[in-house]
Design a binder for this molecule. Structure first.
Ligand SMILES: Nc1ncnc2c1ncn2[C@@H]1O[C@H](COP(=O)(O)OP(=O)(O)OP(=O)(O)O)[C@@H](O)[C@H]1O
Length: 530
């Protein structure tokens, strides 16, 4: 019996089978082999295939050297415990003993592309089909639940042989936390999902299976947030390449794009930024009508020093090249649409351009609700402590909802994950600030309406709004009341940290009425400046 590689990644799946079963009392293997990811694929296989294989092998829950799972800050690579090959293990599942053996199966039907598969064989005495089905479904569900909480971000290691060598892990960005004009993110999600499902459509028509999006517009309007949330929703890893990095050149970019696995998000952020004004990435004066010219990635700077960088032609060659990976979603972001060469708009490059603007009134309202809404943000004291009617929730009242959410995920892997569940996010030892009166707490929706009338359409970025609300984390009423004063000051005045007589003084220099936090010896003093 082998894992279905289309629905679950093989290596992680095997690990999960074991992780799921060991606690139930099976015999634990008494030998552990530590090995680096295998790279024994045929040297004739493509870089993209090798990258796919490697991705399957290294993916999984990070484990730091001191054994802290999930703490990846010190982790330069992933370690995971997995069964050794060709060793028979006996596990107990639902009262039955199951023999488990994993091995490597090398299929060499095609002389050019030898394929390596990891095979797991399960057997039991007088077992039934349903026992195995149940075991595999349990492992799948465990895997699906755990991988919902992180996304993997790969960045290149730019040595002489560049590769996607550096993996880091981020908590997922919940889809609902990205606040955009109605329908925008749903449209993008449907478009990307459709693209991923349409491989055959592209193949039959001889069209390269690639799709690209250019997200451009105001800083702090949610471009990066949307990409991160989309990656989590589509369960894709993100591969980030920085075109402006000094060590990146056309050849390295080409190699990296070849090595990009199928089904991933390839992200090129700030595509109009370069490390050197002479290295014009997006506007290439040597390029005519969008046709790539021969790549010239080494350039002379005005100072006469030689540096490297990515040229537009190099970028287009890498994106279009026959060896460039297929099935990937390309995302480019920029604040400077006018700097983007129209050649980037060709099909297969950046097919879709999406503008991001400052917040609409609807976004201001939605952000306010998202920020304070008791129903979703269960980690906020406003939510955990009270019901929508303002009455405090008992633990028993809160319980069924959480349990339902978990059951929902287990039964339906495509369902939205529970958001910021209190079990994960609230440390009971932390005493949270007092919340406003129940009346204020329960009226988030009408407060949001008022807030939206104060914020002028298209004048303030969502990130500025978020920063403003952060000053009133537990006091939505104050946030609304102070919003007009914030508007009078131009919506863009921020608290400034100044050093006064050896003390850090956090205060807004222009606004009257801000709460002022002063860092004094031994703690934070809070003064209300009104
Ligand atoms: N539309 C949005 N919905 C929710 N949060 C947002 C949105 N826009 C911005 N933010 C918040 O503002 C901060 C910056 O957002 P983000 O990095 O996504 O913006 P950006 O458009 O990519 O900015 P830049 O162009 O400067 O890179 C984040 O903390 C994010 O949570």
């Amino acid at each position: 019996m082998t894992a279905d590689e289309d629905s679950i990644e093989g290596f992680s799946f095997f690990t999960y089978i074991f992780q799921a079963i060991w606690p139930t009392g099976g015999s634990v293997p008494n030998d552990v082999t530590i090995s680096s990811p295998r790279t024994s694929k045929s040297s004739t296989s493509t870089a993209s295939e090798r990258a796919d294989l490697r991705r399957r092998e290294v993916d999984g829950t990070p484990l730091t050297t001191n054994g802290d799972e999930g703490n990846t800050s010190e982790c330069s690579g992933k370690l995971r415990i997995a069964p050794s090959d060709d060793v028979i293990l006996r596990l107990k599942y639902k009262g039955r003993t199951i023999r488990v053996k994993t091995s490597i199966d090398i299929q060499s039907g095609d002389s050019k592309y030898d394929r390596e598969r990891r095979v797991m064989t399960l057997s039991t005495f007088l077992g039934t089909h349903s026992l195995f089905t149940s075991l595999i479904n349990t492992a799948r569900k465990e895997f699906a639940i755990s991988t919902r909480s992180i996304i993997t971000i790969y960045t290149p290691s730019l040595s002489a042989n560049p590769s996607w060598g550096n993996a880091s892990y981020r908590p997922i960005r919940p889809w609902h936390s990205v606040i955009l004009p109605t329908g925008q993110k749903e449209w993008l999600y449907n478009d990307a999902k459709e693209f991923l499902a349409e491989k055959d459509f592209y193949l039959k028509r001889g069209v390269p299976h690639r799709r690209g999006y250019l997200l451009y517009g105001e800083p702090g309007s949610g471009k990066s947030s949307l990409i991160a949330a989309l990656a989590a929703k589509l369960k894709l890893d993100i591969h980030v390449v920085n075109l402006g990095a000094k060590q990146t050149d056309d050849d390295k970019l080409n190699t990296l794009l070849q090595a990009c696995p199928t089904k991933c998000i390839l992200l090129m952020e700030d595509i109009s930024e370069t490390s050197d004004s002479e290295q014009v990435v997006i506007k290439n004066s040597h390029m005519k009508s969008g046709k790539p010219t021969k790549s010239k990635s080494t350039k002379h700077t005005p100072s006469g020093t030689v540096s490297t960088g990515v040229t537009l032609s190099g970028l287009l060659n890498a994106l279009d090249g026959v060896t460039s990976s297929e099935g990937r979603l390309l995302f480019c972001t920029t604040n400077w649409r006018k700097k983007i060469d129209p050649a980037l708009a060709r099909p297969g490059r950046c097919d879709i351009w999406i503008e991001f603007k400052n917040a609409t009134c609807q976004q201001a309202r939605d952000l306010f609700i998202h920020f304070y809404d008791a129903r979703r943000n269960t980690s906020s004291p406003i939510i955990t402590a009270t019901s929508r009617s303002g009455e405090p929730l008992t633990p028993e009242q809160a319980k069924p909802e959480n349990e339902n959410e978990k059951a929902n995920i287990e039964n339906n892997p495509d369902a939205e994950p529970p958001i910021d569940s209190p079990e994960q996010d609230v440390d009971p030892s932390i005493s949270l600030p007092e919340v406003e009166t129940p009346a204020a707490q329960t009226d988030i929706f009408s407060l949001a309406e008022t807030f939206a009338t104060i914020i002028p359409e298209g004048k303030v970025s969502v990130s500025s709004l978020q920063g403003y609300l952060m000053r009133y984390k537990w006091t939505p009423l104050d946030a609304v009341e102070a919003a007009s004063r914030w508007g009078e000051s131009g919506f863009d005045q921020w608290p400034t940290i100044t050093l006064k007589e050896g003390k850090v003084d956090l205060q807004d220099m222009r606004l009257e009425g801000w709460a002022t936090d002063t860092l004094v010896e031994g703690g934070m003093d809070r003064k209300i400046g009104r």
